[in-house]
Design a protein around this ligand. Structure first.
Ligand code: IFM
Length: 449
């Protein structure tokens, strides 16, 4: 066994649109990702999540595989359009039944279910009515969360409201890399507010003594490329948009004023001060999805390219600096110690709040050898180094309670389609055959021997 404390949670994560497929079955309605993926040019390999890993039909096999890796927790997401196909209207019992079967199968295998209520698949009719740029969506999210929790709280005790609202807001409404593919400039910050409000409203609606509720964010340590004033200011702006814009309202009950000023959104946000107590409703835990740090500098001159909208409205004039670190296939620099930095950053703001690493992993261009092996040495090393950092931060006194690898099995990696594999388990998309990679075998040995 590992040197981690008793009760430390070991799991793997997935998300509905990335694995389920079965997009038109049993009454599921369309989501923004169905629309986006079916729009030519949006997904690098022209693929969609129509079939994905066929997890909707193969979930029992997948949960058995997860348990066979020595993992005892499964973080999955619930597709809002399966539960309420139009987003706001009749509930679809077949959709709820699927998640009941999934949770019950977990429990039969000694696996604790951790459900995320929103991992980006907004029902399309809600986007047509304004999406996350309008307040109504936050209220519809609360209703969906309450219905889902009421139906499943006997089998699911651990809940997350949102996954990575930074991506929903800035990639969805900022630079159009994600669904719904809109470029709204600084108005993407309205999506931030409505997502956080939805989180707070749902948290209040779900609160019960048996339920543990949190959120999964993707904060990243931001380093200045040099100690120059300009580079430090670039780091301040990047940190503001990536981290403080989410952590401050959630944990401190206020928005960072410099970010609102940089983006010209001060007046818009001033109207909604009354939402902050809702947004900062105390959580039971905070999930950190960590992949890589950012190192930024100020450019020598203006670099804004008006043809390419910025992901970070208000911080267009930033350059990402290559510090020479090795990178994964996503181009993300590998710096395990930064996982410690990000966990300490959150812990400094909320010293008693239990933390989980709710995602961590790496994409590499895996190859299947002639004898059917996937010798993913780099992924194994990535996981091992990051798990070692988890151990160090626990020794340092941080309340880190669990680690979820991203991801159980290769799946639809959003705008990259199936061209990026993060799984502990390889998926042959032609046959749907699952094969445990060497990283998965390593993790099983690490956890069980
Ligand atoms: O695949 C995604 C996941 O859906 C959210 N966090 C990052 C992962 C890798 O890009």
């Amino acid at each position: 066994m590992t040197n981690f404390p008793d009760g430390f949670v070991w799991g793997a994560a997935t998300a509905s649109y990335q694995v389920e497929g079965a997009v038109s079955e049993d009454g599921r309605g369309p989501s923004i990702w169905d629309t986006f993926a079916h729009t030519p040019g949006r997904i690098a390999d022209g693929s969609t999540g129509d079939v994905a890993d066929d997890h909707y039909h193969r979930y029992a096999e997948d949960i058995r595989l997860l348990a066979s890796l020595g993992l005892t927790a499964y973080r999955f997401s619930i597709a809002w359009p399966r539960v309420i196909p139009t987003g706001d209207g009749a509930t679809n019992p077949a959709g709820l039944d699927f998640y009941r079967r999934l949770a019950e199968t977990c429990l039969e295998h000694g696996v604790t279910p951790y459900a995320t209520l929103y991992h980006w698949d907004l029902p399309q009719p809600l986007e047509d009515a304004g999406g996350w740029l309008v307040r109504d969506t936050a209220e519809r999210f609360r209703d969906y969360a309450a219905i889902t929790h009421a139906a499943l709280s006997d089998v699911i005790k651990n809940w997350m409201t949102l996954n990575e609202p930074w991506c929903s807001a800035f990639l969805g409404y900022g630079n159009a890399e994600h669904a719904p593919g809109r470029t709204e400039g600084a108005s993407a910050l309205k999506a931030v507010h409505h997502l956080l409000l939805g989180h707070g409203l749902a948290l209040r609606a779900l609160r019960s003594p048996e339920t543990s509720i949190g959120i999964a964010l993707n904060p990243a340590p931001v380093y200045a490329a040099s100690s120059s004033e300009a580079d430090r200011d670039a780091a301040r702006r990047a940190d503001g948009l990536r981290n403080r814009l989410f952590l401050d309202p959630l944990l401190l009950g206020k928005y960072p004023s410099d970010v609102l000023e940089d983006t010209g959104m001060t007046d818009w946000f001033a109207q909604y001060d009354a939402d902050l107590p809702v947004i900062s409703t105390p959580m039971d835990f905070l999930g950190v999805n960590y992949y890589c740090p950012q190192t930024v500098a100020a450019p020598d001159g203006p670099i804004t390219d008006p043809g390419k909208p910025s992901t970070l409205p208000g911080s267009e004039n930033l350059v990402a600096v290559d510090t020479g670190l090795e990178r994964t296939q996503m181009g993300w620099p590998i710096q395990p110690s930064s996982l410690g930095d990000v966990l300490r950053m959150v812990n400094d703001l909320a010293p008693d709040l239990p933390l989980y690493v709710t995602e961590n992993g790496a994409a590499y261009p895996d190859e299947v050898t002639a004898d059917g092996q996937i010798e993913d040495t780099e992924r194994r090393s990535y996981l091992e180094q990051h798990i070692n950092v988890c151990q160090q931060v626990i020794s340092g006194g941080l309340p880190l309670k669990g680690y979820f690898a991203w991801t159980l099995m290769d799946n639809f990696e959003w705008s990259f389609g199936y061209s990026r594999r993060f799984g502990l388990v390889h998926v042959d998309y032609q046959t749907q055959a699952r094969t445990i990679k060497h990283s998965g075998h390593w993790l099983r040995d690490y956890l069980t021997t």
